[in-house]
Ligand binder design. Sequence first.
Ligand code: ATP
Ligand code: MG
Length: 400
Amino acid sequence: MTMSALGEPCVLLKLGEVVLKGNNRELFERRLQANIKAALKDVGVKVDLRQRHGVIALFLPEGSDAGIADAVAERVSYVPGLVWVHRAWKVAKDPSAITKAAIELLADREDVRRGVSFAVRSRRRDKRFPLNSMELDRSVGGELNDIYGLPVDLRKPELVVSIEVDRDEAFVFTDGQPGQGGLPVGTSGRGLVLMSGGIDSPVAAYRMMRRGLRVDFLHFSGIPFSTSESIYKAYALVKALDRFQGGSRLWVVPFGKAQQSIKVSGQERLAIITQRRLMLKAGEEVARRLRAGALVTGDSLGQVSSQTLQNITAQDDAVDMPILRPLIGLDKTEIMAEARRIGTLAISELPDEDCCSLLAPRRTETAAKVADLRRIERRLDVEELAVRLAGSLQEYRLDA
Ligand code: ATP
Ligand code: MG
């Protein structure tokens, strides 16, 4: 394979919903560019980023090989806001260079030897190019057909050869990988995820990051009545999720003593909801300090007894801040499939001592009444407790 015919390896990114933005589109684009640059620090490659209409081209340092381009493509595929990531070749902006690259690109492919159907799809962002898209399709497609003898299928080709003619250069590529979609992290403000070691809350965090929310993570541990295992788990989960936003912070509140006082107050059937409300109240206090505008939880309607409609209503009553519940309408199997895809399922399934098991009542009220909960909370002096819990916050830094 001669590098000269293929041109220079680069990465082409297709933007998602950002392109639908009107006046503030530039703001979204700038954020996306900054997020891409920050993500690529992990790869240690300094790319030259060029924003084109609906597309971002990442040019690699001179002499970069295909392996570097692969690593860059892999890393940016985690950055929300992109719908498609292509490993492409940058060639001179003329029909013969484009054709040569396309020919080279199909050499040594197993599917080409098998005789797959194919189509060439061209797009011009520079309309001054001597051939229009259809002419370019026909000309390159004809050459490929002569050389490889592949059947053309314009409707449902097995292999698509894409050509994009830009202002200063042309790109030629075949397959790509889907991006995360959604919006660039940071374009929807800031939120605080209540992060257990379970399966649901990491997926909830992912969903909100993908809608542009930058999130911090708050974990309540059973310390001093349980081990720090759950913290390690939360830490591992945050680390896995950090690929999507970068700069993640995990905050931990030792919750054991507060749970103890709920337990001894003797409210067995309401203990879980009381505890959940306390987590939310402390979470709201922490969120204010972090300048976050919303709490995020992994609740899914009806999944467990604390997530009935009445009990969710009782939780909303505990705080002023909105509680975002992106998984509310998802089935457990759907949540698990997503957890597997984003790489958190295996971590969530590790055994741990969840702080909630400290309470473990025999029965939980499925329709808690707010008036009852408030009465219990007055006795426990919950408002002050929540402030004290927020004050005992500890930060676990990912880079440490
Ligand atoms: P998950 O899989 O996220 O633990 P779950 O199905 O086990 O959820 P619950 O244990 O009832 O459900 O928790 C509901 C939500 O409350 C969680 O998704 C999470 O947002 C929050 N939560 C529960 N326990 C903790 C904890 N120890 N620290 C922080 N948040 C928690
Ligand atoms: Mg849980």
